[in-house]
Design a protein around this ligand. Sequence first.
Ligand code: NZQ
Ligand code: ZN
Length: 387
Amino acid sequence: MTQFTHQCGTKIVFGQGVKGLGREAAAFGRRALVCYGGGSAKRNGILGAVCSELAEAGVAALLFEGVEPNPRVTTVERGAALCKKEGVEVVIAIGGGSVMDCAKMIAAATMSEGSVWELVTRRAPIRAALPVLTVVTIAATGSEMDAGAVITNWETHEKYGIFDDRLLPRVSFLEPRFTYTVPPFQTACGAADILSHVFDKYYFTLNEKLAFTDGVMEALMRAVVRFAPVAMREPENYEARANLMWAASWALNGYLSPRGGATSCHAMEHELSAYYDITHGLGLAILMPKWLRYCCDGLRAPQIKQFGVNVFGLEASVSDMDGAFAAIEALERFLYDALGLARTLTEAGIGEEHFKEMAKNAARGGGIEGFRHLGAEDVEAIYRMCL
Ligand code: NZQ
Ligand code: ZN
């Protein structure tokens, strides 16, 4: 993959490290909050590189360390309080979806006087947000190129995703080399998440087909299937890391959405993370094949079969139903054999004790729309298939 700069809503600086980050930040202000997670950004030198860029451009950096995976609303509150106290003008995230989402909500909460949880749950509107820049360190959520943020309230076991244009990062730095240190398990979880964004949100729908974007989605999913195991085996394989990184950004940046769609597996997964703090991609990997099995009937089998033929190269000259089940088995082999992820909730240490309330929450507001309408009872049945 060559170096390039691409702009469409979010300006993307690809394969160029953090070159130019200071200048980009200085265009928004002279005081930056630099958010990062549990230490990987510090260990692998990205934090240092960002701070040097900021210093050269005359931007003061205030460090905000320790954003946790599945970021908590309390962390957003702490960050926003610091921004208000210190007069921060721009927020910079170094990390994965957790740090980027937390930074986005800090940016919004800094410009608001009310409760942060009210903003997250959309009971209070976001009226403004500080500009956000991101430096991506793991290929997974696509938060670097979308207007979403997902925040958890650990006290109430609620995890909410909010989409608002004001949260869209202004500039995102995508350097595949920054992901060389991502361990195999996180690489696998990221790959499952990328796949699920295309698969869950856009590909599996009964809406009218669009050959062009269907083809792009299939190519994107083929790239994930091909390169995720390579990146796990050879962490410093640039081609593999670059493909995963750009696929992650494309999977959720809106370009693939002309057919509409829902996020059935995501609605079910967010309950798992809200109750058990499970890694997002792992929860999705457990759910995806079971959800497809639950959905598979005469109406939906042709689309599932098409997935198997065009993504996994399966035989096309079989019945729709046989092709659909072969596709689900191929997906299982990819997630559980090639990526080595847990096949069941039981393996992930999760039992059935909260299924009823989790199912009710996932189906709140009349159920989950999408490939197949799911009410609370359907969701509970799918959770049981995951045991
Ligand atoms: O905290 P550090 O030390 O940085 O370690 C992180 C973390 O433990 C580690 N990591 C990241 N880059 C690394 C690295 N380790 C070594 N080398 C590197 N270069 O990876 C771990 C996971 O990081 P996290 O940010 O939690 O992962 P991910 O990007 O998968 O983000 C998950 C969060 O994003 C939300 C999820 O629900 C979850 O809260 N999502 C956000 C979306 C959005 N904004 O559009 C959509 C998604 O569907 C998703 O819901
Ligand atoms: Zn996701």
